[in-house]
Design a protein around this ligand. Structure first.
Ligand code: HEM
Length: 512
């Protein structure tokens, strides 16, 4: 072969080899790269690597910096200092805090068949100690699932809930009369400490749904047991976090918090039992006289399921409790914000009047046609979520969230207050801007503000609560102009397990 031809062939071979070599090198680099990334993806961190305050630092914050009442603010501080996930030890409890909507979604999507909200250990310890049953707030597993599906039928289905509008409207009529009385007693129409009035409204409202009868919380003279029940709820909530953090052996040495906590629950169970027994006795008498019994109230539905009385008592007690502070807080903050934003108040009143077209009393169908009303309540619950920090305990398995492995049975706090006031998600996060919920451009992460929770264990009272709030706000705005306290006081929220007003909210109710 001539030299020239041999050289060309050699070059072709080496070019082919080089191209092979290059392809192989490319492939190899790619695989190594992938492997690297894969290893990186696989490298799940454990809780030791998670940032967070020292045990001493956290306890210092809680005790010396009034942290128990500032737990919602500690969420904001925690996120700023440690990022979207951090751990903290509270007494014997290790908690992982999560303050980013996408990570909260990751937790809730792994919550399993029978989600556990939290150990709420002191609530459960009390029930075990006294031999009481567990209600929907405290029951777990199959026991929870059974009652949940029963109650959901009567509390979450739109048709079932609409049926409560008449009885709730009669409670709202009494609320209006009470506000009229209170405002007429002051030259400026000032009603002081409106949360107190709304506690009674909340208790009367949930009682009317549970018993289809009235218990007199909004009468000029309030039955003393009503106020004792409300006081018991308040004190029980104040003591919940403390009794959860105290190990059981401390109860005998430092007994006051635990004893008071148990006395509050004793009274709540006693109060609920009295009303249930009375209602069921009335029914039994009617039946004995051959009369037809046709209840539309929740206790009646529960009693028809042949559940043990213990289960009925515990469920009704927990529903009564769940319907008081939640409604009171949301009503108080709604009117507080509306009084400070007369433009929104006027627009909302116009919406109500337009839907009613001359009628005075809205029904469930009417309020469903009020988008601004819904936006106002959403915005109030974004700013003041009744449950500022929800929780989950995943008992079935370890889960991975945000690159960390969270061992089963870890208490995971979902920092809803921090996510709903996050400037990354909500522009002007501390301002009351209900119209943000009406504009399509505002695309919030769906888990950024979850005032009623989401999924299987979400609030079973949501539909009833919303109906009650809409009916009450609509009629208050028809009859009154609500103005801020002329002394100009601002009120901040504080944590008492739930988020409540730190000071009294005083408002002027000027008759239209
Ligand atoms: C503005 C009013 C209310 C708010 C913001 C609210 C919020 C919540 C939240 C955040 C939860 C926990 C959800 C979760 O863990 O994912 C919850 C659970 C619950 N709520 Fe409400 N709630 C309100 C009113 C009510 C009312 C009026 C009732 C009773 C009629 C009620 C009964 C319950 C019950 C029984 C549960 C436990 C559900 C379960 O574990 O299956 N809530 N609520």
């Amino acid at each position: 072969m001539p030299l020239r031809k041999r050289m060309l062939q050699a070059l072709r071979v080496s070019a082919r080899s080089i191209s092979h070599l290059m392809k192989w090198t490319e492939k190899w680099t790619y695989s190594v790269d992938c492997l690297g990334k894969h290893t990186e993806m696989q490298k799940i961190k454990n809780l030791d690597e998670m940032p967070g305050p020292s045990a001493f630092g956290f306890v210092w914050d809680l005790i010396a910096r009034r942290g128990l009442s500032r737990l919602h603010e500690l969420q904001l501080e925690g996120r700023q200092r440690y990022g979207p996930m951090w751990k903290a030890s509270f007494g014997p409890i290790l908690t992982v805090h999560i303050a980013e909507p996408a990570l909260i979604e990751q937790v809730l999507r792994q919550e399993g068949q029978h989600p556990i909200r939290s150990d709420l250990s002191s609530w459960k310890d009390y029930r075990r100690l006294r031999g009481h049953g567990f209600g929907l707030l405290t029951a777990e597993g199959e026991e929870w699932q059974f009652v949940r599906s029963l109650l959901a039928k009567h509390m979450l289905r739109p048709h079932a809930v609409e049926a409560y509008d008449t009885v709730l409207n009669s409670v709202v009529s009494d609320l209006l009369a009470k506000l009229r009385l209170r405002s007429s007693q002051n030259a400026q129409g000032l009603v002081t400490d409106i949360a107190n009035e709304f506690y009674r409204f909340g208790l009367e409202g949930i009682s009317s749904v549970l018993f289809e009868s009235r218990i007199g919380c909004l009468e000029p003279h309030i039955p003393p047991e009503t106020d004792r029940f409300i006081q018991s709820i308040n004190t029980m909530f104040v003591l919940t976090l403390l009794t959860m953090a105290m190990p059981a052996w401390l109860h005998s040495i430092f007994s006051k918090p635990w004893d008071t906590f148990c006395q509050c629950w004793d009274y709540m169970f006693h109060f609920a039992k009295g009303h249930i027994d009375q209602r069921l006795e009335e029914e039994a008498k009617k039946l004995a006289h051959g009369e037809k019994v046709e209840g539309r109230y929740l206790t009646y539905f529960l009693s028809k399921q042949e559940l043990p009385m213990k289960t009925i008592y515990s469920n009704v007690t927990e529903l009564l409790l769940a319907g008081v502070d939640t409604i009171s807080g949301t009503m108080s903050w709604s009117l507080y914000e509306l009084s400070r934003h007369p433009d929104v108040q006027d627009a909302l009143r116009d919406e109500v009047l337009a839907v009613l077209g001359g009628r005075q009393i809205p029904n469930a169908a009417d309020v469903s046609k009020m988008p601004l009303m819904k936006a106002v309540v959403k915005e109030v619950l974004r700013l003041y979520p009744v449950i500022p920090g929800n929780a989950r305990v995943i008992a079935e398995r370890d889960i991975e969230v945000g690159g960390y492995l969270i061992p089963r049975n870890t208490l995971i706090t979902l920092c809803q207050y921090a996510t709903s006031r996050d400037p990354q998600t909500f522009s002007e996060p501390d301002s009351f801007l209900p119209r943000r919920w009406l504009s399509r451009e505002q695309n919030h992460h769906p888990y950024a503000s979850l005032p009623f929770g989401v999924g299987k264990r979400s609030c079973v009272g949501r539909r009833i609560a919303e109906l009650e709030l809409y009916l009450a706000l609509a009629r208050i705005l028809i009859h009154f102009e609500v103005k801020p306290d002329p002394r100009g006081s601002t009120v901040q929220p504080m944590t008492r397990t739930l988020l409540v007003p730190q000071g009294e909210i005083n408002l002027q109710f000027v008759e239209r």
